[in-house]
Design a protein around this ligand. Sequence first.
Ligand code: HXC
Ligand code: NAP
Length: 279
Amino acid sequence: MFQPDLLAGKRILVTGGGTGLGKAMTTRFLELGASAVICGRRPDVLDGTRAELAATYGDRIAAEQCDIRDPDAVAAMMDRIWATAPLDGLVNNAAGNFLARFETLSPRAMDTVINIVLHGSGYVTLDAGKRWIAEGRPASVLSIVTTYSWTGSAYVVPSAMGKAGVLAMTQSLAVEWGPKGIRLNAIAPGPFPTEGAWERLVPNAELAKRFETGNPLGRVGKPEELNNLAAFLMADGSGFINGEVVTIDAGNWLKGAGQFSMFEDLTDAEWEEMKARGR
Ligand code: HXC
Ligand code: NAP
């Protein structure tokens, strides 16, 4: 889909790049010529992914253990990254989430998710941005949000609060930092099955099927479809896109929003009857 050197010369940090969609995007960035740094809390997971990718991409892949909820740990990670070479891009992908009724949560449960999603993404963006601005270096930030960043969603309320904030950060900084050569965009994915998300968010096989196929295209997203969108948005060729959120969900949220979407199972006979009635 792209020239093989689309991202050559770019160094991109992917938070939560050791697993799931972060790992998939990192792999695609490397394939397109970028260097990448992944970060996360679990050193064994990070090292496994780093070693797997290094077998193909050598020293273009690096890993940093970091809990992004801790701003000092973020600053220390950035010092170590910059000591090798500056970043040109950041993907705010790390997240925490679980399915629960809001009234059952403890304050700490709510904080835990918001601290990862909102504060964590904010700390990493803030630290990288200070360095880019001081150096006059152009850069690109991509945040992985959700469609419930703007619709909200029952049963994942702290995540919805956090993701809405990350979208607000994206839109706000796109204006504030655009003049400094830093663009910020977001991607809102629909269902892309990963172990991390499905084990926390999908209660059983019956609901999994509805969750995965209840969209207009009747299927889940393929990681490469997300990877290509992320690579496009990180590339210089999309340099006039700033402050945008691109939805990649097969029309899932629009189906949920449309008042008449529920009539998809009407039979031909029922449609004929409606036609006759309407005349
Ligand atoms: C209610 C819960 C809970 C649950 C934890 N808590 N899990 N409360 N229901 N399922 C509460 C705990 O009781 C505790 O509160 C507080 O939250 C902190 O829990 P810890 O286990 O100490 O937290 P921690 O080890 O920091 O782990 C963070 C985490 C965990 C968010 C709870 O799930 C995690 O590490 N997640 C990272 C990966 C992840 O979530 N991936 C999915 C992203 S998918 P008390 O008061 O008891 O101390 C996503 C996609 C959305 O975002 C869209 C899909 C289509
Ligand atoms: P995942 O595999 O669970 O990814 C989450 C990653 O975040 C993990 O690698 C985790 O690593 C890291 N992380 C969590 N807390 C962290 C912290 N405090 N500091 C640093 N890293 C942390 O889930 P995923 O499905 O790939 O999700 C990736 C992104 O896509 C998330 O932003 C999610 O909201 C978004 N998304 C996913 C879907 C979907 O269908 N999968 C849909 C919409 C949006 P450690 O645990 O080792 O720290």
